[in-house]
Design a protein around this ligand. Structure first.
Ligand code: ATP
Length: 140
């Protein structure tokens, strides 16, 4: 049973050759992609777009067709064990300026290797690797 469902994106900026990926520093301490709860009546893509806009101020977001990956994890909220599922898309932006909300304590645009080091969780790192592979194949 899934208790929480979130949607988000591996958001990248690609002015030059090498994409830079946007990572957010969560108040709980981890670094991850922009994402958030899917609200009732919202599609995954709508939720991902809204969360990116609310969390970063970025509204020019172009989703890359064909990439949709899911990660699952469990975490403790007080005495309750929460089963969580996060669906991540891949999206491109031309905006570099980030306006953080109160939900995060920092952000960073990072090239692939640095993003890999900065991401906290293994499943997020695997997802970034899949996103890069997808981009390399689709732009070949
Ligand atoms: P959302 O951005 O979806 O609204 P949130 O900010 O409420 O989420 P999460 O980012 O899901 O919360 O973090 C909740 C807890 O789960 C934290 O304790 C965090 O350490 C842990 N967590 C977050 N991402 C992962 C992950 N990919 N794998 C394992 N644990 C994770």
């Amino acid at each position: 049973m899934v208790d929480e469902r979130s949607a988000g994106a591996v958001l990248f900026y690609a002015a030059s050759q090498e994409p830079e990926y946007l990572l957010l520093h969560y108040t709980a301490g981890h670094w991850d992609f922009p994402k958030g709860n899917i609200e009732q009546g919202e599609s995954e893509i709508e939720a991902a777009s809204r969360e990116i806009r609310e969390e970063t101020g970025i509204s020019d977001v172009e989703f890359v067709d064909g990439f949709r990956h899911k990660i699952s994890y469990k975490y403790r909220k007080g005495r309750k064990l929460v089963n969580k599922e996060v669906v991540l898309y891949l999206a491109k932006t031309k905006t570099k300026e980030v306006k953080l909300s109160h939900e995060h304590i920092g952000y960073a645009w990072k090239k692939y290797d640095d993003a890999m080091n900065q991401l906290t969780f293994k499943n997020a790192k695997n997802l970034l690797a899949a996103a890069r592979d997808f981009l390399q194949k689709s732009s070949a």
